[in-house]
Design a protein around this ligand. Structure first.
Ligand code: ATP
Length: 359
C-alpha cells in the first residue's frame, strides 16, 4: 500500500477559483517527489493541502491508508520548510534547531543529542553558537531545514526552499538536500518551478500546468517519453524544438524539406494525411552532417552561444527557428550553411490539435 495517497484532490478557493483539478498520486515511503510547473499552476496549493494548511475541497488524502482530510497540521506528522525561512534572529543556531522540541517539552539530554545529530547531518556542527545574521544564505537555509528535520515526522515538505539563494548556492544546496534525503530516508515532497532542480533531485516528478497534472514519472521517463508538448518543452534546456506542419503525401515539411513520415508512423500514416502535426526534436539529439537512419536537414546559422562544454547554435530553416546543441569544437560560423541529422528514434510527433504525443 502507498504511504501517501491523493485521490481526486480538488481545490476551489472561496472566491470560486478552481486551482487544482483531480490530482491523483500514490507515494511510497522514502520517496523524493518533486512538483514542478510554471508560476500559478497549483503546486503550493497542493502542498498546503497535504500539510493541512489549506482545506481539501474535494477528494481524499490518506496517510498510511488512513483518511487524513480532517486532521490538523500537527496530527499529520508532517514538517514543512517554506520559501521564506524566517529564523529567530536573537537565538543561536543551536536554539533555533532545538526550538520545536523544547516547545514539545522534550528533556534536555534528548534535545541535545537530537540537535547535535541534526547539525552533523547538515554540516552545521561548527556554527551551533552563531546567530543567524553571522551565517551565509545557504547556511541559514540549512538551519531552517534542521528545524524541520529534528521533529520526528513521516513526511517532509519543502516549498521552493532554494529561491532566496544565489545561483552557486542553489547548486550546492541541491546536492546537499539530496544527500540529507539519502541519510534520513524521509518521504519528501519538494516544490519548484526549476526543471533542473526537479531533474537532479527527484525519484519521480509531477509536472503541473494550470491546476492539472500533466504527467508523473521518473526524470528519465519525462525526458524520453513526454506525453505531450507541454512536458516535452518544459523538461530539457534549451527546450525541445517544435515545427508545425501539415502532412501531405505522407510527408511533413520542415523548412523546405519534405520528410517521409513512414519511418515514424508506419501503418498509422494514412490516418494523419492532411492533418497538422508537430515535429519535435531535442537540441542535443542532432548530429552535424549527413547520417544514416536519420532525417537530414539544411539550415542557416543565425547565432552561436559558446557555453564551454557545448555551443548552442541558433538556426533558421525557411522561416522556422530552432536551436542545436553541438560540441564547441564543431561550432559553425554565423551565416554559414550547415546540414544536420536527427536520428529517426529521436524525433517526436505530436497531434497538432490535442498536442498529445503520437506513439
Ligand atoms: P508559484 O510558483 O508562483 O508559487 P504555484 O504553482 O505554487 O505558483 P499556487 O500558489 O498554488 O501556484 O496558486 C495556484 C492558483 O491559485 C494561482 O492562480 C493563484 O492565484 C490562485 N490562488 C492561490 N491562493 C488563492 C486564494 N487564497 N484565493 C484565490 N486564489 C488563490
Amino acid at each position: 500500500m502507498a504511504y501517501l495517497t491523493l485521490k481526486n484532490i480538488n481545490k476551489i478557493y472561496p472566491n470560486g477559483f478552481h486551482a487544482v483539478h483531480d490530482f491523483n498520486l500514490d507515494m511510497e515511503k522514502g520517496e523524493f517527489i518533486v512538483f514542478v510547473g510554471p508560476s500559478g499552476c497549483g503546486k503550493s496549493t497542493t502542498l498546503r493541502m497535504i500539510a493541512g494548511l489549506e482545506d481539501i475541497s474535494n477528494g481524499e488524502f490518506l496517510i498510511d491508508g488512513k483518511r487524513a482530510n480532517e486532521q490538523g497540521p500537527r496530527e499529520r506528522g508532517i514538517a514543512m520548510v517554506f520559501q521564506s525561512y524566517a529564523l529567530y534572529p536573537q537565538m543561536t543556531v543551536y536554539d533555533n534547531i532545538a526550538f520545536g522540541l523544547e516547545l514539545q517539552g522534550a528533556d534536555e539530554d534528548y534535545i541535545d543529542e537530537k540537535v547535535r545529530n541534526t547539525a552533523r547531518i547538515l554540516g552545521l556542527t561548527d556554527y551551533l553558537d552563531r546567530l543567524p545574521r553571522a551565517l551565509s544564505g545557504g547556511q541559514r537555509q540549512r538551519v531552517a531545514i534542521g528545524r524541520a528535520l529534528i521533529r520526528k515526522v513521516g513526511v517532509f515538505l519543502m516549498d521552493e526552499p532554494l529561491s532566496n539563494l544565489d545561483a552557486k548556492q542553489r547548486v550546492t544546496m541541491r546536492s546537499e538536500i539530496t544527500q540529507i534525503h539519502r541519510e534520513t530516508g524521509a518521504t519528501t515532497i519538494y516544490v519548484t518551478h526549476d526543471q533542473t532542480e526537479a531533474m537532479t533531485m527527484a525519484d519521480r516528478i509531477v509536472v503541473m500546468k494550470e491546476g492539472y497534472v500533466q504527467q508523473v514519472g521518473t526524470p528519465r521517463e519525462l525526458y524520453f517519453n513526454p506525453v505531450n508538448m507541454f512536458v516535452a518543452g518544459f523538461i530539457g534546456e534549451p527546450p525541445m524544438n517544435f515545427v508545425r506542419s501539415k502532412v501531405q503525401g505522407g510527408k511533413i515539411t520542415v523548412g523546405k524539406t519534405a520528410l517521409d513520415l513512414s519511418y515514424k508512423l508506419g501503418s498509422k500514416l494514412a490516418q494523419y494525411e492532411g492533418k497538422e502535426l508537430v515535429f519535435g526534436f531535442r537540441p542535443e539529439a542532432i548530429r552535424l552532417g549527413e547520417h544514416d537512419n536519420a532525417y537530414v536537414l539544411p539550415a542557416t546559422v543565425e547565432l552561436t552561444e559558446m557555453l564551454g562544454d557545448n555551443t548552442n547554435v541558433y538556426i533558421e530553416m525557411e522561416g522556422e527557428h530552432s536551436i542545436l546543441k553541438v560540441d564547441p569544437h564543431d561550432t559553425p560560423d554565423v551565416d554559414s550553411k550547415i546540414t544536420f541529422s536527427i536520428p529517426y528514434e529521436s524525433v517526436y510527433l505530436f497531434d497538432g490539435e490535442t498536442e498529445q504525443v503520437i506513439d
